[in-house]
Ligand binder design. Structure first.
Ligand SMILES: NC(=O)c1ccc[n+]([C@@H]2O[C@H](COP(=O)([O-])OP(=O)(O)OC[C@H]3O[C@@H](n4cnc5c(N)ncnc54)[C@H](OP(=O)(O)O)[C@@H]3O)[C@@H](O)[C@H]2O)c1
Length: 498
């Protein structure tokens, strides 16, 4: 990660559009509180939240406090809340019209004088993506997008477009107002500790990096599984599905970190350049390839933790004949010297038996001689990187069974972050907000990465749209469609865990 930015002046105002929304209350405000808690909030700083609902800053702060009590990872302490409370302000206006932006401009200038924030601005668009262009245009028209201080940045939440064409068009609009290095595209998975740890594990451990190639690795599995169904987000999900929601962004980002070459140094562009090469090296998805190697699924009714769960088609704001996929599994190859011959298996889905996000590196097997000639079945070594829950790393190996004296058993060497001395894990948004203020975009997606990922995702979306599938094809609370297991069984392999 970029280390030469820590001394930069973080004095600034962050303006959050969508201040009354779910993302702000559940993630952003708790992140600010925890930054205060850990003494990381900049000394000269203010937060202005914009929403449509009428309320005073006092009322807004009370609501924020309620949300903090529900969602913060640290307990709310009076003194720390007071530090945050005094820098939070609320402005209500309709962000589609220009008038409110002029008022906002005046307000921000006043706050600069009070807080010493020097005209530096970060605009965080925690709103539905269809508003991104309008807000940026209004920021431009009102003069808010031009820096009165040393910097002016734009933060956008995914989804970034709904396919390559819409993403390109959105990007072109943003680039009329902001430079690429001023745009911070959040993929909150990249803010998770264990995702950042992938590079550390690989490039600071001789024993891992030396084995990190197709000569020693049999296959790599990336599974992002969710117990939750779509819940109240059916309207959004109908236009998205697992490919757009998870594969195009989080999964391809994780894949690129797992498979990248070592960067020449730890600067933002050196890392992003190597990640991009991985996505570009993914083998071409021909129709024949997709038919063989992609499994799509949609959940039917079932039980999760003993509670009945509706079928996807019976969720709120979901069409009764919806063909949106809530599950995707995929096998792919990365056509470069390091990975030729090693398959990557990917799966992600909703309403499954458990929630977990992990990467499993399966090492090649030994020849079936000595112990494995007749007596024992060989079980391969695994390195498991757990992103959530129970963040950690475990290494599975074979050892003598000291009880029976004549058996081989598998043992895990396990590092669990929760048991470590480093305290509870910071939430992704804490790290990402600080990085925006520092101007470090290493953990955000660069446009060419987004573009390359859409090229891949579009092929799978086209395949889904051109074919019919027998949905629903897995019950809520299960491990997903049977075909996802057949995908690996065909290669003589299996998904690990779940
Ligand atoms: N929720 C999450 O955990 C999450 C996670 C990852 C990404 N995201 C992304 O983050 C974005 C926001 O999601 P969300 O769940 O927070 O949405 P949300 O709860 O629906 O909030 C939308 C916000 O936009 C405001 N708004 C809408 N139209 C407005 C207008 N014309 N003028 C002024 N304000 C207006 C609303 O203000 P009023 O309510 O006052 O009208 C509200 O504050 C989406 O792009 C979503 O995909 C969300």
């Amino acid at each position: 990660m970029n280390t030469n930015v820590s001394e930069k002046d973080l004095s600034s105002i962050m303006v959050i559009f969508g201040g009354t929304g779910d993302l702000t209350h559940r993630k952003l405000m708790p992140a600010f509180y925890n930054l205060v808690h850990d003494n990381l909030l900049p000394k000269h700083f203010a937060i202005v939240c914009v929403g449509r609902r009428e309320k005073s800053s006092e009322e807004y702060r009370r609501e924020v406090l309620d949300s903090l009590k529900r969602f913060s990872r640290n307990k709310i302490e009076d003194q720390k809340w007071k530090r945050l409370e005094q820098v939070v302000f609320y402005e209500n206006f309709d962000f589609t019209g220009l008038e409110g932006y002029h008022r906002l401009k005046k307000r921000l200038n006043e706050l600069d004088d009070i807080f010493g924030t020097k005209g530096n601005r970060a605009y965080y668009l925690a709103v539905a993506p269809e508003y991104f262009e309008t807000i940026v245009q209004r920021l431009d028209e009102s003069g808010l997008a031009r820096s009165v201080g040393s910097w002016n940045r734009l933060v956008i939440e995914k989804p970034f477009g709904k396919d390559l064409a819409t993403a390109r068009s959105l990007n072109e609009s943003l680039l009329k107002v902001y430079r690429e290095d001023e745009i911070f595209r959040i993929d909150h998975y990249l803010g998770k500790d264990m995702i950042q740890n992938i590079m550390v594990l690989r490039f600071s451990n001789f024993m891992f990096e030396q084995l990190w190639n197709s000569k020693y690795i049999d296959n790599i599995q990336i599974s992002l599984l969710e117990k939750e169904g779509v819940g109240s987000r059916g309207g959004y999900y109908e236009n998205s599905g697992a490919i757009r929601d998870m594969l195009q962004s989080h999964i391809l980002q994780i894949l690129s970190l797992v498979a990248m070459e070592p960067p020449v140094d730890l600067t933002t562009d050196a890392i992003r350049n190597e990640k991009l090469k991985v996505i570009r090296a993914i083998e071409e998805f021909t129709p024949e390839f997709l038919r063989k190697n992609v499994v799509l699924g949609q959940y039917g009714a079932g039980y999760i933790d003993g509670r009945p769960v509706p079928a996807y088609r019976d969720e709120e704001r979901v069409a009764k004949d919806s063909m949106t996929e809530t599950f995707v599994a995929l096998k792919l190859h990365i056509n470069n010297f390091r990975w030729a011959g090693t398959p990557f298996y990917i799966r992600t889905g909703k309403s499954l038996a458990k929630s977990s996000a992990e990467i499993v590196i399966q090492m090649k097997s030994l020849p079936n001689i000595l112990y494995f000639r007749e007596r024992y079945t060989q079980i391969p070594n695994l390195l498991v990187i757990r992103i959530q829950p129970n963040v950690g790393v475990s290494l599975r190996f074979n050892t003598k069974d000291f009880k029976s004296h004549n058996n081989i058993v598998q043992q895990n060497m396990d590092f669990s972050h929760e048991n470590s001395s480093q305290g509870n894990t910071p939430e992704a948004y804490e790290r990402l907000i600080l990085d925006v203020l520092r101007g470090d975009s290493t953990l955000f997606s660069r446009w060419d990465e987004v573009e390359a990922s859409w090229k891949i995702a579009d092929r799978i979306i086209e395949y889904r749209e051109r074919n019919s599938f027998d949905f629903p094809n897995y019950n809520a609370g299960t491990t997903g469609p049977v075909k996802a297991f057949e995908l690996l069984a065909r290669d003589g392999r299996e998904w690990w865990s779940l």
